[in-house]
Design a protein around this ligand. Structure first.
Ligand SMILES: Cc1cc2nc3c(=O)[nH]c(=O)nc-3n(C[C@H](O)[C@H](O)[C@H](O)COP(=O)(O)O)c2cc1C
Length: 382
């Protein structure tokens, strides 16, 4: 951190105090629409969608792009799943022509398998390969992957090098601050990933893995990391409105922000950040976007899986007084997406013109999109 940074004066251990509460909303505006580069890949703005397992499907990413996200990322893809030709894992490599620039996020711990997976990701047409070194979920961490790599920097560097060599694409890594509360491991791992493995950008979610999603993202660490590396750093965590986005950008010097939970069922936040608006979308617009989202998800995955996947989105999209708890509950209990769509159009006929406009103006992914052909096995899980 330089002496001129407004953060330099802050004590580093302000446990319990949100960095964001310290932010001065009168800071000079930053340009969230300015392009920048990750290696040779041009990123046309500073607001990216964070990768979210169980959320960041193609429909979510394409919608995010439509609302102005400058970079989207797939949910994490298992390198073992790709190695064993798991059909569902391979489905994650479906990239539509209008998703670029896009990062595919890999997780894994075996450098050889990650090398192989990176080559498959490159074949899928991705622009960037991101590596997950932050996931605290046990299913991932018990294999030594995700956040566990924060505790094994030598292996983390070998994994990142293998991915860079295997894919030949720019590699980014998404990390947390460390495994345990108060950890600063990201400050040694981040620079090593850049200097020793040739990583082209870092994303920091400055919570510890043990924190999961509790407490707050301490972006003072983001500011410190920015000072330590010569590549773009993404700030991830608790960016929920334009003031926070601009403040975190201005105070940390990060290259861009990532929006995670705030974008669930809420693509409007991306546009609000990019354009400086504050949108409270009317009920019919929420319903129209939800129905379009349902239609894309149903094309993307088998119907039964789509029905389960979509359930959480009903509550996310239909928040606010215009809908009410009973509406959300009724939808969540419904089975088939087609039934949900009929029910919504019955209750909110004003959504129809907006939906028809979306159908007229927004293309669906089709056979002209590049879909990687890989051998398929029936191996389950992933
Ligand atoms: C449901 C969910 C799934 C997530 N999945 C991933 C993931 O697959 N890979 C990853 O790097 N981070 C994942 N994250 C972390 C987010 O990318 C982000 O860093 C975190 O949610 C903090 O940002 P936010 O406050 O904007 O949500 C996930 C977060 C959530 C809430």
């Amino acid at each position: 951190m330089t002496a001129s940074s407004p953060l330099a004066a802050l004590p580093i251990d302000l446990t319990g105090t949100s960095f964001i509460e310290l932010v001065d909303p009168s800071l000079p505006a930053v340009d969230l629409t300015a392009p920048f580069r990750i290696a040779h890949v041009e990123i046309p703005g500073r607001v990216a969608l964070a990768p979210m397992a169980g959320v960041s499907v193609q429909a979510f990413r394409r919608q995010g792009r439509r609302f102005g996200a400058s970079l989207v990322c797939t949910e994490m893809v298992s390198s073992a799943g790709l190695h064993f030709a798991n059909e569902r894992t391979q489905d994650y490599l479906r990239i539509a022509t209008d998703e670029h620039p896009i990062a595919v996020q890999l997780f894994g711990t075996d450098p050889a398998m990650m090398h192989e997976a990176a080559a498959m990701v490159a074949d899928s047409g991705a622009d960037i390969i991101d590596i997950n070194m932050g996931c605290p979920v046990r299913k991932v961490s018990k294999t030594g992957a995700g956040c566990k790599l924060l505790d094994d920097p030598d292996l983390a560097v070998r994994v990142a090098s293998a991915v860079r060599e295997g894919g030949g694409l720019p590699v980014t890594v998404k990390i947390r601050r460390g495994m345990l509360a108060g950890s600063f491991d990201c400050m040694t791992l981040g620079p090593r990933l850049v200097e020793e493995a040739g990583v082209s950008a870092l994303a920091l979610h400055p919570r510890s893995a043990s924190q999961m999603y509790t407490g707050f993202a301490d972006h003072r660490l983001t500011a410190q990391l920015v000072e330590l590396v010569d590549v773009p750093v993404f700030a991830s965590g608790d960016i929920t409105d334009r003031v926070r986005a601009e403040s975190v950008m201005a105070l940390t010097g990060c290259a861009a922000v990532m929006i995670g939970r705030a974008a669930q069922g809420n693509p409007w936040i991306v546009r609000d950040l990019v354009e400086g608006t504050v949108t409270e979308p009317p009920a019919e617009e929420r319903v129209a976007e939800l129905i379009r989202f349902i239609r894309e998800v149903v094309r993307e995955m088998p119907e039964e899986r789509a029905a389960g996947f979509l359930r959480k989105f009903y509550g996310w999209y239909l928040r606010g007084a215009a809908f009410g708890k009973s509406t959300r509950r009724e939808l969540m209990e419904m089975g088939a997406p087609a039934e949900v769509e009929r029910w919504l159009l019955d209750r909110y006929p004003a959504a129809l013109p907006r939906l028809e406009e979306l159908e007229r103006t927004v293309r669906y992914p089709d056979e002209t999109d590049r879909v990687i052909e890989l051998p398929i096995s029936a191996y389950g899980g992933g």
